[in-house]
Design a protein around this ligand. Structure first.
Ligand code: GAL
Length: 400
């Protein structure tokens, strides 16, 4: 025990001595231009990329490469920690829960000093994270809260409830629901993976905006699927969202009923819904479709008028914030709201000790701020900020 504490302290001292070369302050969006490190192409724990350096050893466990954003998260995190002089071991678990457990076990066996974990299934990591706790390895829940374990020190994410309210408000404003008079609009709801704690927050934020209009009969859900449990999409899988929506269109819209809006919790599900509309919907109106993440195909759809908006979360900044948080933990500092001041982030974030209870208590959280992106502000929010470049094909492409 004593030895572990000592080695943690030593690691902290080493991290502290490296602080001079960290870049957590004042380099928000422009960090998006950081060059991508070479990482392995496949989802497998075997493709661990290692760089030996003088700092701490940081283990990063990402869910999968099959959903676009996690590739960006993984590469930003890897680059940020490496630039700050740490050794990085990163794994992607192919959206397989067992694989992620094995990957985290491997990182623990490799004696990482810090674990950063974006869970596939928030409920399935308690046991493996107990092993981390036993070895005094601090764990940061990255983007998705990890449930039922007290091995988590902190949670870093975006304001997930706000993501949902932005989507709900977008639909409300587009349809001008407050001035609907006698008009009625049809809407369908597509949520995320029920195993992902975030999914409930996204749905909760959106439904809190939309429910009063559903209750008044201004918004009608012809499928009747208004509960989170009915609208879920396992693993946020595009093809699952596609087939569910084809069923809805076949069952409730084949009589020529007009669909006005489709609430989709993120871009991978929005992609499935958009595909279902193009193959199975008879209407000619422009259906309002929401999303989240700024995935490449979805941004192309926004340019082409096939998706209305996406909620963009600057994962480059999430990586910067994670570096500041991780280094503060490694230094043994008491981490609280003051980190935001000290780190001098160039982006907005809040410290929240109320919203995220993982079943063992409230987990102190750092929450960044998501923004709505439409065709009108793509240039300002995504290109001018340096996160994406506008390709010669007329579509935005991520920079990292
Ligand atoms: C969520 C995440 C979203 C979205 C989704 C699918 O946890 O917050 O941004 O990417 O997973 O990967």
């Amino acid at each position: 025990m004593k030895k572990q504490v000592l080695s943690l302290l030593m690691a902290g001292v080493m991290a502290f001595s490296l602080m001079g070369c960290t870049s957590s302050g004042n380099n928000g969006p422009q960090s998006a231009s950081t060059k991508q490190q070479e990482t392995s192409a496949k989802d497998s724990s075997k493709q661990v990329s290692k760089t030996v350096s003088a700092g701490n050893k940081v283990g990063i466990s990402m869910p999968t490469k099959t959903l676009e954003r996690w590739n960006r998260d993984g590469s930003y995190l890897e680059n940020k920690f490496k630039e700050a002089g740490h050794e990085v071991l990163i794994t992607y678990s192919d959206n397989k829960i067992d694989q992620q457990v094995k990957d985290i076990e491997g990182l623990i066996a490799d004696n990482v000093n810090l674990l950063i974990v974006a869970a596939i299934d928030g409920e399935s990591l308690s046991q493996v994270l107990n092993q981390a706790k036993e070895k005094n390895i601090p764990v940061v829940a990255y983007d998705r809260l990890i449930m039922n374990t007290d091995a988590i020190s902190y949670y870093i994410s975006f304001d997930n409830y706000k993501v949902g309210t932005i989507q709900g408000e977008f639909i409300k404003n587009k349809l001008d629901l407050d001035n609907a008079g006698d008009k009625k609009y049809n809407i369908e709801l597509t949520c995320g993976d029920p195993a992902d704690n975030n999914a409930k927050f996204f749905f909760g934020g959106a439904i809190d905006v939309l429910k009063p209009y559903i209750d008044k009969g201004i918004l009608v859900v012809p499928s009747g699927q208004t509960e989170f449990e009915q609208c879920g999409t396992a693993q946020w899988d595009t093809s699952k969202a596609l087939s569910r929506f084809q069923n809805i269109l076949g069952s409730y819209y084949s009589d020529g009923k007009v669909l006005d809006a489709a609430l989709c919790s993120n871009d991978s599900t929005a992609l499935g819904v958009t595909q279902a509309l193009s193959s199975d919907y008879a209407g000619t109106n422009e259906v309002i479709i929401t999303g989240q993440d700024g995935d490449e195909p979805n941004l192309a759809n926004i340019i082409d008028g096939k998706q209305s908006m996406t909620v963009y979360k600057a994962v480059a900044n999430e990586a910067i914030a994670t570096l500041s948080l991780g280094e503060a933990i490694l230094k043994g500092e008491t981490v609280d709201a003051s980190l935001i001041e000290k780190a001098k982030w160039s982006f907005e974030a809040s410290y929240n000790t109320e919203s995220y209870d993982n079943g063992t208590g409230k987990i102190p959280s750092f929450l960044l701020v998501p923004v709505a992106v439409t065709k009108e502000n793509i240039q300002k929010e995504l290109i001018d900020t340096g996160y994406y470049t506008m390709g010669s094909d007329g579509y935005p492409h991520p920079v990292n």
